[in-house]
Design a protein around this ligand. Structure first.
Ligand SMILES: Cc1cc2nc3c(=O)[nH]c(=O)nc-3n(C[C@H](O)[C@H](O)[C@H](O)COP(=O)(O)OP(=O)(O)OC[C@H]3O[C@@H](n4cnc5c(N)ncnc54)[C@H](O)[C@@H]3O)c2cc1C
Ligand SMILES: NC(=O)c1ccc[n+]([C@@H]2O[C@H](COP(=O)([O-])OP(=O)(O)OC[C@H]3O[C@@H](n4cnc5c(N)ncnc54)[C@H](O)[C@@H]3O)[C@@H](O)[C@H]2O)c1
Length: 462
């Protein structure tokens, strides 16, 4: 409620939550000379740089190097015994994070926005009350309001799990020891990246997932190969399981499965998806509605049910990637200015930062066949690419799906070293509407992983 004594501050743009889309829009708008308030409850720069993409990829770099060092002799180097120093590991990760947070903070201030540190809650349409972190409150109304409050780790309702001190993707980064035995509940993006990382740091890791197969949305000929590599790297995987109960015992945490089996670990990580940050946001007062899972309902222009009120990023149900949140910023920026930019039909790439990486864009083979198109599939083992030999990193397989009638590239799955970089080459060709022959016949520098695209588009399976 707005009290009669409250002074309501009017601004052109009010951003609630400083995630990727929101902070970018706030800076842009402020630089253009408009009055902008961005409310952030604590993490300068948002989830990605503080507790998600950036710190985890910094740790993935260390894990990869650990794996490489273990095979350094094959590169002609004798590096001695590998030792993981958790104190140094954390300072590496925290160093990367703090550099980015400081840079963000400076950019926020330079843009001229009013960065307000505190907890925002809607009290009326387009109006929030902010409980300031330093004490006190402010009430701010935006001509336009953008909600970008993100998501937080989901803890499944398994009896005993919370009481057993389950870790999340955030708290596992604060551990002051490497667990000897780690159980990872959930074999999605978070689960697989952490599982392989901790295996490289010396943990015995078991991934439990309710799905029978790994990443069931992907083609099995790719995920089976990835699963094989994870096993090679010491990650045990149990699919199609359901956890009945978790009990803390003197020597660790015992995880009871519905099928009668049980296993003991020092720690258990829940990597079972993320919940939207909408409860407690006062969305009813704002006239903003949510779906049955609590994500904000938006149309394809990212408009909510309330006038001049928009939602972006994870909380708006967008695919949960930082680059998608950034694209939401582009969509909302245009639409606030009266445009009609849509989120429909976006070509969304993503990378799973395992070792090797799985890079994906466009349709899988199964999805392409389901469209009824005349589909052609190419498959190339990564070891056929000379660069992988010089890297001594030959694990992987590349796959392309093409329309046989039009030569259009429908999608690729690139499992292999540096795949995340090569992916953008294919994506660019897809944006430009180039036929696969452009990549098959293009003059690409040697020896690079991208050069493998020449060969991929000759490696037809039929
Ligand atoms: C472990 C992990 C690794 C990941 N790795 C990758 C990756 O490699 N690549 C990739 O693309 N994506 C990755 N993601 C996903 C990515 O982190 C998210 O999609 C992205 O951060 C979503 O950003 P956002 O814009 O929705 O908002 P967020 O960055 O989540 O920002 C929301 C902000 O709102 C603030 N806030 C919330 N409520 C309030 C309130 N009431 N008042 C004030 N402030 C509030 C929060 O403090 C937060 O700073 C990863 C996720 C995880 C968990
Ligand atoms: N490299 C990247 O870009 C990257 C990395 C990490 C996270 N992310 C983003 O963050 C999001 C969240 O990641 P996530 O891994 O937490 O979620 P996810 O949805 O990717 O995977 C969750 C997994 O947990 C399983 N699961 C759920 N409940 C379970 C239960 N009770 N018992 C057993 N298994 C269960 C699901 O079957 C699924 O395989 C991802 O969807 C992704 O968009 C991206």
């Amino acid at each position: 409620m707005i009290g009669s004594e409250d002074v309501v501050e009017d601004v052109d743009l009010l951003v609630v939550g400083g995630g990727k889309a929101g902070k970018t829009l706030a800076m842009d708008t402020a630089r253009a000379g408009r009055r902008v308030v961005m409310v952030e409850r604590g993490m300068i720069g948002g989830t990605c740089i503080n507790v998600a993409c950036i710190p985890t990829k910094a740790l993935v770099t260390s894990a990869r190097l650990a794996r490489r060092v273990a095979t350094a002799e094959s590169l002609g180097l004798n590096l001695g015994k590998l030792e993981v120093d958790l104190r140094l590991l954390r300072s590496h990760k925290e160093g990367v994070v703090s550099e980015m947070v400081d840079l963000n903070h400076r950019q926020f201030l330079d843009s001229g926005m009013d960065l307000v540190l505190g907890e925002a809650r809607f009290v009326a349409e387009r109006t929030v009350e902010i409980r300031l972190n330093e004490g006190g409150r402010r009430v701010v109304r935006g001509g336009d309001v953008v909600i970008n409050t993100g998501t937080v780790p989901h803890v499944p309702a398994v009896p005993g799990l919370a009481e057993a001190g389950v870790l999340s993707s955030e708290t596992i980064q604060q551990l002051d020891r490497i667990p000897e035995r780690l159980v990872v509940l959930g074999g999605g993006y978070v689960g697989l990246e952490f599982a392989q990382m901790f295996a490289a740091f010396g943990s015995r890791v078991t991934v439990l997932d309710r799905n029978l197969t790994l990443l069931p949305q992907e083609d099995p000929d790719i995920t089976e190969v990835l699963a094989e590599y994870l096993r090679e790297d010491g990650v045990e995987m149990l699919g199609g399981v359901s956890v009945k109960e978790v009990v803390r015992e003197t020597d660790g945490v015992r995880v009871f499965l519905e099928d009668g089996r049980s296993l003991v670990a020092d720690d258990i990580l829940a990597a079972t998806g993320r919940d939207p940050v909408t409860a407690g946001l006062g969305l009813d007062a704002a006239g903003v509605r949510t779906d049955e899972r609590g994500f904000i309902r938006v149309d394809d222009r990212l408009a909510t049910d309330a006038p001049h009120t928009w939602a972006v990023g994870d909380v708006a149900g967008s695919p949960q990637f930082t680059h998608v949140s950034l694209d939401d910023y582009r969509v909302v920026k245009e639409n606030i200015a009266g445009g009609t930019r849509s989120t429909a039909d976006r070509l969304v790439p993503w990378n799973l930062f395992t070792d090797p990486e799985l890079a994906r864009v466009g349709l899988t083979e199964a999805q392409a066949r389901a469209t009824g198109r005349n589909v052609r599939v190419a498959r190339l083992p990564v070891k056929a690419i000379p660069r992988s030999r010089t890297l001594r990193d030959t694990r992987g397989v590349w796959k392309a799906v093409v329309d046989r009638d039009t030569d259009e590239i429908l999608g690729v799955a690139l499992l292999g070293p540096e795949s995340s970089e090569v992916l953008t080459v294919v994506q660019t060709a897809m944006w430009a509407g180039l036929p696969f022959t452009a990549l098959r016949d293009g003059l690409i520098a040697h020896p690079t992983m991208a050069e493998g695209l020449n060969a991929l588009f000759t490696a037809w399976t039929d």
